[in-house]
Ligand binder design. Structure first.
Ligand SMILES: NC(=O)c1ccc[n+]([C@@H]2O[C@H](COP(=O)([O-])OP(=O)(O)OC[C@H]3O[C@@H](n4cnc5c(N)ncnc54)[C@H](OP(=O)(O)O)[C@@H]3O)[C@@H](O)[C@H]2O)c1
Length: 251
């Protein structure tokens, strides 16, 4: 497991489950930052209760739509880490308003793009010094999520080749996750010389507020799979689109 990890959107759903499983794993990160936009709000109660039992879990306030919030949190994290780097960043926070052509508006498209595309880029940019430090400090030569990695939680709904309208129209969501996949490609290429890998991961269709009740996968199963996939990542996986079972997905 990495020494230091950060998960965005950790108040509920897959983000909270990632924090739970990373936090109580056999080799938990020494610093596990759970970023959520309203740590004082009722929506963060489960996360706060969990963090009370695991001293390595540090809740940090981050609204990924707000550049100041991202920057302040990045500085706070760097202060906590002192001379340590950040090994693993999971850009998990996301939104989906659904909707067909009739329901789409520029406002919905902009809002979705802000959270699902701009935010992962800006969070990664703000934390890049810490990620680079982790890569430099690591005694591992090969790429891995223990050394330094950025994981973008994407969706099969972004795949052009596997496009299936039965999965829902969700124009702005599909478009935003397709753009996020391009973010992964760009980051993988730019960060490679620094020893940092980047991959897009589709978590499956999961029972969460976003996935809904009909989803076949429990968040526990999805996250177990994701963490196994992360543990196996190597240089050849950088810039790829994988699912929670480690299968490669077409763009
Ligand atoms: N569930 C699925 O079937 C499925 C399938 C494919 C991909 N995904 C992807 O998996 C990720 C997690 O989805 P989920 O199912 O866990 O969704 P969810 O239950 O709706 O949770 C979304 C999380 O994102 C956070 N968030 C949204 N906007 C934010 C912002 N501006 N700043 C900080 N946090 C923000 C929410 O925080 P608040 O509590 O503050 O709102 C919440 O913690 C998303 O990227 C989603 O697109 C999910």
């Amino acid at each position: 497991m990495p020494i230091a990890a950060l998960v965005t959107g950790a108040s509920r759903g897959l983000g909270l489950e990632l924090i739970r499983q990373l936090g109580r794993g056999e080799r938990p990160p020494r610093y596990l930052f759970a970023a959520c936009r309203e740590p004082e709000g009722a929506g963060a109660t489960e996360l706060k209760n969990f963090a009370k039992c695991y001293s390595n879990v540090k809740i940090v306030k981050m609204d990924v739509d707000d550049l100041n919030s991202i920057q302040e949190t990045a500085e706070q994290i760097q202060k906590v880490l002192k001379d340590n780097g950040l090994n693993l960043l999971i850009n998990n926070a996301g939104i989906n308003f659904g909707g067909d052509l009739n329901g789409i508006t520029p406002e919905i498209m902009m809002k979705t793009y802000t959270t699902n595309v701009i935010a992962p880029v800006m969070v990664t940019k703000a934390l890049l010094p810490s990620l680079m430090q982790a890569a430099q400090q690591s005694d591992q030569h090969s790429f891995s999520s223990e050394k330094a990695a950025v994981i973008n939680i994407s969706s099969i709904m972004a795949s052009m080749e596997m496009f299936n309208i039965q999965n829902g129209k969700a124009y702005s969501y599909r478009i935003s996750k397709a753009a996020l996949n391009m973010v992964t490609k760009c980051l993988a290429s730019e960060l490679k010389p620094h020893g940092i890998l980047c991959a897009s991961v589709h978590p499956g269709w999961v029972k969460t507020d976003m996935g809904g009740e009909k989803a076949p996968l429990l968040k526990e199963e999805s996250v177990q799979g994701i963490l196994k996939v992360l543990a196996r990542l190597s240089e050849q996986d950088s810039g790829l689109f994988l699912d929670w079972r480690g299968q490669r997905l077409p763009w």
